[in-house]
Design a protein around this ligand. Sequence first.
Ligand SMILES: NC(=O)c1ccc[n+]([C@@H]2O[C@H](COP(=O)([O-])OP(=O)(O)OC[C@H]3O[C@@H](n4cnc5c(N)ncnc54)[C@H](OP(=O)(O)O)[C@@H]3O)[C@@H](O)[C@H]2O)c1
Length: 348
Amino acid sequence: MITLRVAILGYGNVARALVGMLPELEPRLREERGVEIRFTGAFARRHGAWVHPAGLRAEALHVPGGPGARPPGGAQPFDGSPLEFVSSCEADVLVELTPLSPLDGEPARAHLEAALKRGVHAVTANKGPIAHALGPLRALARSRGVQLRFEGTVMDGAPLFNLREYCLPGSRIVRIRGVLNSTSSHVSDRLLAGDSLEAAIRDAQRLGIAEADPAHDLDGWDAAVKAVVLANSLMDAHLRPQDVWRKSCGAESLRSMVANVPPGTHVRQLVEIDHTASGEVQASVRLAAMKPGSHLASLRGMETAITLSTDTMQDLTIVEGEGGPGQTAYGVISDLMAVALARPPPPA
Ligand SMILES: NC(=O)c1ccc[n+]([C@@H]2O[C@H](COP(=O)([O-])OP(=O)(O)OC[C@H]3O[C@@H](n4cnc5c(N)ncnc54)[C@H](OP(=O)(O)O)[C@@H]3O)[C@@H](O)[C@H]2O)c1
């Protein structure tokens, strides 16, 4: 049996979903994979933090009011900074689940860097540091012989990076198309159904799918950050979010396009990553009227999907039903299993 000692930094929706699903999942993981998970620390910014060097089972973490309100049995309250937590908590893996900062990926980048420098594996669902610093973080991980994994960053837990790593050996991904922002899809469908823009956005917020600032969703910025994670990790690009061409995105463009599409047509924010004639990778996000017929056009409601065009398997399309913290937490768990089973890091 392999025991994986996990420290969680950022104890919000995804961390709670992770801790909530483990009691049921862990017996299966033990039996199927020979892995058990113990939590050696949890950190939230306002809701306190604790450490427990011997490690606690997920069941022990169910304490109302956040990790620091009443540390679980035997745990010591921790009152240092996030970086002090990363540098001192005894763990094999840091799970980084702090909020997204789309402009620079901080402070999550610094948290991941501190863990990797210590020789601690890092798993994150935060796309910011991966979009802004994948190259240096991967190099650091390699130099310390540890893994950096981020399955939850683009399509919640749907397998994209693990699919590439474990199921497509030697394949090249030559093109990617995707509908990756469920907020803009939902707002578009509500507009089509006759809602006002304001009501449609409020509804996305009520469902908890919109970013804290929904403009990030509607103006294509969230999709641009995801496009960079995909391009840099799956197509060896070196893009920054500001390199992604965002065309006709934004709430007003969405409203006007929805008002003018033929009946039966959905409007979706489409991510496209491709090669230029000179072989460079380029990425764009644009509003597109999806004509019936393609996989991406058949998406309903908040479904997201991605088509990976490969030189071996042609097009592979992955469709995710409505995603959320539970699926993202499962993506974290699949990364934890990959770390525990010491699979080699993805190819450079
Ligand atoms: N929710 C989803 O469905 C989903 C899907 C895909 C990816 N993600 C990504 O997963 C990550 C976590 O999402 P979430 O929904 O769990 O977020 P969340 O509910 O907002 O929780 C964030 C947690 O991080 C803590 N925190 C905030 N700033 C911090 C800082 N500077 N240093 C240390 N801790 C800090 C917060 O502490 P307090 O509680 O004390 O404020 C909170 O515990 C985000 O990067 C998000 O983009 C989420």
